[in-house]
Write a protein that binds this ligand. Structure first.
Ligand code: M6R
Length: 589
């Protein structure tokens, strides 16, 4: 949760400013506070600037230097204050630390350090790292000291330590993401590639148990346990700078929604071999289990319907509730772990449990080089490109179409499914346009002052409704509650009053009549019925037409929810790219 950035050998001598710009690309990871530290050229001391709140358009007057680190925080230990903002220092001011994760044994470490007269200036778990290194370095070199201290930290962590004396950066990873960027002359570290994509797309994704040491002399990879160097495995990504820019849109969220005309059909082209291989695992008669969190968990639920429709019963679990069911996974289980980031703690924990029991793990991921990828037997990268808005949009629809391809590959109809997705791409080109946006803007204006909304759906319209409501909640903070249409009459219907907005999501012809009956029940209680459907109906007070894409109609249905969430957020003055209290990847339990 938190974004990390570091640069060494910045030839512009504006390392602090470069760091601040890098942090702006990572703000989706946390925006409670930010901070930058630079080793000054005069006197080799450390200058630090820290502030509570979002970076926004901030600039920094920090002095010139060629080596700097920076951090954007999603608070875990210690309130949102300047003192708790990273970076943190040891007592001497030599070691400057930024951190992503939780040091689970920090209280114990802190008490020992206090006994040794270290003085703490924050309430964070991070500060123990700086003081521990100060102690450890008394009788060993910096690299060894940092690696040994890191090995003592319990929990999932990534740290970056700047040694102002030797002008060296040491960074370690265990469970929290960290990627090194190798430029022509400069070297970078970040929690995610877009932060330094302007300078290089040649990267080494650190694995757990790896550390890198960066200095003007170059970059070296270490094994943390043995403290020995090892060869780097660099790769050059095909990401473009535009992928990490707003490209003329006011927010990443709307840019990423509109990109779906390209990202959805792309899924039909990129993974056919691995999808066929995974389908073979399922064809052997293995049990299929899907797990994920948040938006990705709604993809898991939708996939359950895709598989049911081909005659295969599969299970789906929110990863945070997987533990009691993990014991049912074994060598005859294929576990799909679905995740945009590949770093969601609950999803990783569930995956590890299934893996320990012998399950074949398939990662359906968007971001590259993630922990989830490394845990998996097969990786299906959905290829939506960097998703910068905290609220997930294009990754979800790429996950959906990918899981649809997998389900169809099991029945041997992958080429037909790929062509359906390609066709949907063409349909989206003519439907997902400014005209649709204008329609949704008008709807959002009509609804913006409501405090409660309800969303019902049936079949894939049910997971579509879950995601539809989540987009409204995350982006506009309006209470939107989703239900399976059939659930309504069992209690929820008490909540419907005259004028209550009720969305009816229709994605499937077979369940149309039952769904419309539920709509009629809502209408009879005064609900304002907004039909998101390929067909008109007398039950609808407002109709938002969506293309009929057969089993893939869930995709345009969800896109309406994405647009509505976005425009309701705009109407309510929120920042749709950075909703309050949320972080893009939830790397803590
Ligand atoms: O990176 P992941 O897909 O594993 O993230 C899972 C959820 O945390 C994520 O989908 C979350 O629900 C987003 N806020 C959705 O917009």
């Amino acid at each position: 949760m938190c974004g990390i950035f570091a640069i060494v050998n910045d030839k512009t001598h504006r390392a602090a400013q470069t760091t601040l710009e890098g942090l702006k690309k990572l703000e989706y990871r946390g925006y409670d506070s930010w901070g930058v530290a630079v080793v000054t050229e005069k006197g080799a001391s450390v200058a630090i600037e820290k502030h509570v709140g979002k970076i926004g358009g901030a600039t920094t007057g920090l002095p010139n230097g060629t080596i700097a680190i920076g951090h954007t925080r999603w608070a875990t230990h210690g309130g949102v204050t300047d003192q708790n903002a990273h970076p943190h220092l040891d007592c001497t001011g030599r070691f400057v630390v930024i951190h992503n994760g939780i040091v689970e044994n920090y209280q114990e470490l802190k008490q020992n350090l206090i006994k040794k007269h270290h003085v703490f200036h924050s309430e964070t778990d991070t500060e123990v790292i700086a003081h521990s290194i100060e102690d450890a370095v008394k009788n060993k070199p910096t690299v060894q000291a940092v690696l040994e201290v890191f090995s003592q930290l319990a929990g999932s962590n990534a740290i970056v330590v700047l040694d102002a004396k030797t002008k060296t950066i040491v960074a370690c990873r265990n469970g929290s993401p960290l990627v090194a960027g190798i430029g022509d002359e400069s070297f970078f570290l970040a929690s995610d590639v877009p932060a330094f994509l302007r300078y290089t797309s040649t990267v080494h994704f650190l694995s757990d148990g790896e550390a890198v040491v960066l200095s003007n002399q170059g970059i070296k990879l270490f094994d943390i346990r043995t403290i020995k160097t090892k060869p780097m495995s660099t790769q050059t990504l095909d990401w473009k700078l535009e992928d990490a820019e707003k490209g003329g849109y006011p927010h990443f969220m709307i840019k990423e929604i509109m990109e779906q005309v390209r990202t959805v059909p792309k899924t039909a082209q990129v993974n056919n071999d691995v999808i066929s291989a995974v389908a073979k695992q399922i064809q052997k008669g293995n049990r299929v289990v899907l797990t994920a969190c948040g938006t990705a968990s709604y993809c898991a639920l939708a996939a359950k319907y895709f598989f049911a429709d081909i005659g295969l019963e599969v299970q789906s679990y929110g990863a945070y509730e997987f533990a009691p069911f993990a014991k049912f996974s074994d060598k005859k289980t294929v576990l799909f772990a679905i995740s945009q980031s590949g770093e969601t703690a609950d999803t990783l924990i569930a995956t590890k449990k299934a893996k320990q029991n012998g399950a074949y793990i398939v990662a359906v991921v968007n971001a590259r080089g993630s922990t989830l990828e490394r845990l998996s037997d097969a990786v299906i990268p959905v290829g939506a490109g960097p998703e910068i808005a905290v609220v997930s949009t294009k990754a979800f629809t790429s996950q959906l179409s990918t899981l649809y391809l997998v389900s169809q590959a099991v029945t041997g109809t992958l080429p037909k499914a790929a062509s359906e997705i390609t066709t949907l791409g063409r349909v989206l080109e003519t439907w997902l346009t400014d005209t649709l946006c204008e329609k949704i803007i008008k709807l959002a204006k009509d609804l913006v002052d409501h405090t409660d909304m309800y969303v019902i759906g049936k079949h894939t319209g049910y997971p579509a409704g879950l995601e539809f409501a989540l987009k409204i909640k995350e982006t506009s903070y309006i209470h939107a509650e989703p239900f399976a249409a059939g659930e309504l009459k069992h209690g929820v219907i008490t909540l419907i009053q005259k004028g209550t907005p009720c969305f009816v999501i229709a994605t499937q012809e077979n369940s149309k009549l039952e769904l419309l009956s539920s709509a009629a029940e809502l209408k009879a209680r005064g609900g304002k019925i907004i039909g998101v459907a390929p067909f008109p109906s007398a039950e609808f007070d407002v109709h938002v037409p969506i293309p009929d894409a057969g089993p893939l109609t869930i995709i345009p249905a969800v896109i309406v929810g994405q647009l509505l969430g976005y425009y309701l957020g705009i109407g309510r003055g929120t920042d749709p790219d950075k909703p309050r209290n949320l972080a893009k990847s939830v790397t803590v339990k």
